[in-house]
Design a protein around this ligand. Structure first.
Ligand SMILES: Nc1ncnc2c1ncn2[C@@H]1O[C@H](COP(=O)(O)OP(=O)(O)O)[C@@H](O)[C@H]1O
Ligand SMILES: [Mg+2]
Length: 392
């Protein structure tokens, strides 16, 4: 019954959260049947449960009543024979009733205990789940010196047959901007997850200022890095709350400054409710570009030592992107920055460009150097420039 109940809740939440997708494909009926099926399963389990309980209670009642009647008859006979008095009968009747009432509770207690045991088993199961990434007992804080990030022969796989990174080595010198480019699925986002230590590499190391991030405390590592992820998810709260989330100690003025730097302040003020505008589930009431800029403002507020932008401006038009890019360059000046780029025009100024293909570093160098090489990057650049020209 518990499982079925969880299932119905899960189905309802899932189809309601994804209501847009449900409607895009006209699958309301499908969702309804799936929900109905879950409900039916729950109904069956609940009826089963109730029937069991009724049988238990009725059975108990019958046994108790039979016992009572039998004993009374026995006593009546003994009184007739003159062995017991009527007073004895009343006494034994009271005793029996006192004994039976708690016995009747037994069914209830049994059900409650059983239910608690099931819930406890689930809870202990959760306790026993070990986190994949754990701090060693004796690990130290990450000591930030100047922000050198090094990937050293890193290989990674999400599971058997899902090898993503193969022997990736590169470094991001302190205070420089390094760009990461490559086709979709080449492992760029995975590299950012490794740097943030959501996963540990299968082999090889990721180092910051010479310290293997495996050997430092996770909170000290994550405090230092500011990520603007590829897919921004916001809380269904006000815009202010969402930006303020980046640093809960920041003041209102700080939040506005970050919003200005992320080129979203003017837009927010143009909304009837300004910073108090609620953004909807996961931020559905904002456009992709607006969401990205809120996410950038949030990360700027965190004031990290190392920036990681994962296609952070991909949903913006070229014009806004340029303006925002200038701001970002300004802010991240002197900070180590790893920029995963979608549009190559945003990273021509990068100190170094790493080209990733199918999980391997295939080229590495400055924009001009790579163009001269006439390899993968040059081809990518030619393709994108052609597209941009066609558009304008
Ligand atoms: N959580 C995950 N579990 C399993 N496979 C994943 C997961 N995330 C990404 N992948 C796979 O890893 C590969 C690289 O993904 P990703 O790093 O997101 O690429 P990129 O950001 O370069 O487009 C893809 O083939 C993707 O399907
Ligand atoms: Mg990606």
């Amino acid at each position: 019954m518990h499982d079925a109940e969880n299932q119905t809740g899960h189905r309802a939440v899932e189809s309601l959260l994804n209501y847009e997708t449900v409607k895009y494909f006209g699958n309301e009926a499908l969702e309804r049947t799936r929900f109905e099926k879950a409900q039916l399963d729950y109904e069956k389990a609940a009826v089963h449960n109730k029937v069991g309980l009724s049988v238990l209670n009725t059975g108990q009642g019958i046994i108790i009543s039979l016992g009572l009647v039998g004993l009374m008859l026995l006593f009546a006979l003994k009184i007739k024979e003159g062995i017991f008095t009527v007073g004895d009968l009343v006494l034994i009747n009271v005793y029996l009733l006192q004994l039976y009432v708690p016995l009747n509770m037994l069914g209830f207690a049994y059900r409650e205990i059983k239910r608690s045991l099931i819930e406890m088993a689930a809870m202990f199961g959760l306790f026993e789940a070990l986190p994949d990434i754990k701090d060693d007992d004796d690990c130290a804080e990450l000591v930030f010196r100047d922000g050198n990030v090094t990937f050293d022969r890193v290989s990674f796989s999400y599971g058997v047959g899902r090898d993503v990174l193969k022997d990736v080595s590169f470094d991001v010198p302190a205070g420089k901007k390094v760009a990461l480019v490559g086709g979709s699925g080449s492992g760029k986002t995975t590299l950012s997850r490794l740097l943030f230590r959501f996963y540990d590499p299968l082999s090889g190391t990721v180092q910051i200022d010479g310290q293997n991030i495996k050997n430092v405390r996770q909170d000290s590592l994550r405090q230092m890095i500011g990520i603007v992820p590829q897919d921004t998810v916001l809380f269904n709260e006000s815009i202010f709350y969402n930006i303020h989330y980046g640093n809960t100690k920041a003041t209102k003025a700080d939040v506005e400054r970050a919003a200005k730097a992320a080129k979203i302040h003017d837009f927010i003020l143009s909304l009837p409710e300004g910073y108090d505008t609620v953004v909807g589930e996961r931020g559905v009431k904002l456009s992709g570009g607006e969401k990205q800029r809120v996410a950038i403002a949030r990360t700027l507020l965190k004031k990290p030592k190392i920036f990681l932008f994962d296609e952070a401006t991909s949903a913006l038009d070229t014009h806004t992107e340029k303006a925002l890019q200038e701001n970002l360059n300004e802010i991240s000046k002197g900070c180590t920055t790893l920029a995963i780029a979608h549009r190559l025009s945003t990273i021509v100024d990068a100190y170094k460009i790493i080209v990733l293909d199918k999980g391997r570093v295939v080229e590495e160098g400055s924009h001009h150097g790579l163009l001269k090489k006439k390899g993968y990057y040059a081809a990518l650049w030619a393709k994108q420039s052609r597209k941009e020209n066609e558009k304008s």
